[in-house]
Design a protein around this ligand. Structure first.
Ligand SMILES: *Cc1c(COP(=O)(O)O)cnc(C)c1O
Length: 370
C-alpha cells in the first residue's frame, strides 16, 4: 500500500503544470537519493549553507545564491535586505517605526497575491501607474515615484501581469540612477534556463525562483540569486539566524535537494524537452481532428509566460461546459487535473506529464467526447 493509499489521499495525473497546490513538480530519482543521503548524517548547517550557496551561485553564474524555503520567503528576505541597506543598520536593530517610513515602489500592473509578504514587513507599497494601457507609465513616472524613503523597486515577471509597466531593463536603469535595488520575482520563470542569470546580468539586485516548480527541487525550497551585498544581508538574516529568518526553516535535505536539482536543470537538454512537449501537443491535435466536442489548438507561451506549448481543447459542443470536462477528468481513474483558465475549453500542459500520460488523457477525453 502506498503512503497516499494509507492516508486515503487520491493521487492525480497533473495536466495543469507546476502548480503549488498540486505539489509543484516531481523530484528526480537522483534528487531524492541525494536528499536521503543528506538526511543520513548530521552536519553543521552553516558550513553546508556556505558550500551549497557558493556552488549554486557558480552553477547559475551569479555572485551569490541562497536557498530559502520558497520563492515567497525569498521575496520577504529580499525586501528585508533592501530595508537594511536603505536604513544602514542591522535588521535586528531596526524598529517598526523606521520600517513604516520606508516604501517599496512597484507598478500597479505587477500587484499579485504573492507580494502580500512585502506588506508583512511593515513597509509601504508605493504603487505606480495603472494596470491597463489607457495611460502607460513613462520613465519620468518611475523617477518621480522613487523618493528618499524608497528601499527597493519590486518587479514581477510573469505571463499574467497586466499591461502598464516599463520593461525590466528600463526599470533597472532608472532605479540604478538613484542607487535603488530592483528585486525580481521570477518564481515561475523557468524555463528558459538562462533566466537563472539573465535578470541579475541585467542588473537586478536579487532574482528569486521557486525551487518546487520547473526546477523540480523540493517543493518547500526557493532559490535566490543576486549581487553580493544584498545577498550577504539575506544570509545574515535568513535561517538559521534568530529573528525574522528563523521561522523560515530550510532543512539540509532541501538545501542539498535544490543544489542537486539546479545541477540537473542546467545540464538538461532543454531543446529536447521542448520538442517532447511539441510532440504531446501534436498527439492531441491528431486525436481530436474529427471531434465534434473539441477543437484542439496549440497555445504558446503558457499562462506563466514560459516558452512551453500547451494544447487548448476548445469546446465546440454547445451542450458542454469546461466545468463538466474538468470534473469528468478529475473523477476518473487515474484522476486527471486540468485547467480551463476561465475559457470555454480545457488546457493540457505537457510540462508535468511523463511518457504515456498523454495517451491516458486522450483515451479519457475520447470517452467524454464524440
Ligand atoms: C509560485 C510563485 C511564487 C511563490 O513561490 P513559492 O516557491 O511557492 O513560495 C511567488 N511569485 C510568483 C510569481 C509565483 O508564480
Amino acid at each position: 500500500m502506498s503512503i497516499y493509499e494509507e492516508l486515503g489521499v487520491p493521487t492525480i495525473l497533473n495536466a495543469a503544470g507546476t502548480y503549488t497546490v498540486l505539489g509543484g513538480s516531481k523530484m528526480s530519482k537522483q534528487t531524492l537519493d541525494d536528499m536521503a543521503d543528506a538526511a543520513g548524517s548530521f552536519v553543521q548547517i552553516r558550513i553546508l549553507q556556505k558550500a551549497v550557496n557558493s556552488a549554486v551561485a557558480k552553477l547559475t553564474r551569479n555572485e551569490s545564491a541562497y536557498i530559502s524555503n520558497g520563492a515567497a520567503t525569498g521575496l520577504y528576505l529580499s525586501i528585508a535586505a533592501a530595508i537594511q541597506m536603505h536604513l544602514g543598520k542591522k535588521f535586528y536593530y531596526i524598529t517598526k517605526e523606521e520600517i513604516a517610513k520606508t516604501n517599496i515602489v512597484m507598478f500597479k500592473a505587477h500587484r499579485n497575491p504573492y507580494d502580500l509578504v512585502i506588506g508583512h514587513l511593515g513597509t509601504q507599497y508605493r504603487e505606480l501607474s495603472f494596470p491597463n494601457i489607457i495611460f502607460p507609465p513613462t520613465e519620468e513616472d518611475l523617477r518621480m515615484a522613487i523618493d528618499e524613503n524608497t528601499a527597493a523597486v519590486y518587479y514581477a515577471q510573469s505571463g499574467w501581469v497586466a499591461p502598464g509597466y516599463l520593461p525590466l531593463d528600463k526599470t533597472i536603469q532608472i532605479a540604478g540612477e538613484k542607487n535603488i535595488p530592483v528585486i525580481v520575482d521570477a518564481a515561475a520563470q523557468l524555463p528558459p534556463v538562462e533566466n537563472l542569470w539573465k535578470f541579475t546580468e541585467m542588473g537586478a539586485a536579487i532574482a528569486l525562483f521557486s525551487g518546487g516548480k520547473d526546477l523540480k527541487g523540493p517543493q518547500a525550497s526557493g532559490l535566490m540569486v543576486g549581487k553580493k551585498e544584498p545577498m550577504d544581508i539575506v544570509s545574515s538574516i535568513g535561517f538559521p539566524n534568530y529573528g525574522i529568518g528563523r521561522m523560515m526553516k530550510v532543512g539540509r535535505e532541501e538545501m542539498v535537494g535544490l543544489y542537486s536539482a539546479v545541477k540537473q536543470y542546467i545540464s538538461l537538454d532543454h531543446q529536447a524537452r521542448g520538442n517532447w512537449c511539441e510532440v504531446q501537443v501534436e498527439k492531441f491535435k491528431r486525436a481530436f481532428t474529427d471531434s465534434k466536442t473539441f477543437h484542439a489548438v496549440r497555445s504558446y507561451p503558457n499562462e506563466a509566460g514560459q516558452p512551453i506549448p500547451r494544447v487548448f481543447l476548445e469546446i465546440v459542443d454547445e451542450k458542454m461546459t469546461p466545468e463538466q470536462v474538468h470534473d469528468f477528468l478529475l473523477a476518473g481513474n487515474p484522476s486527471i487535473y486540468a485547467n480551463s483558465d476561465g475559457l470555454n475549453g480545457i488546457f493540457i500542459n505537457p510540462m508535468s506529464l511523463e511518457e504515456g500520460d498523454s495517451d491516458v488523457i486522450i483515451k479519457r477525453l475520447l470517452e467524454f467526447s464524440c
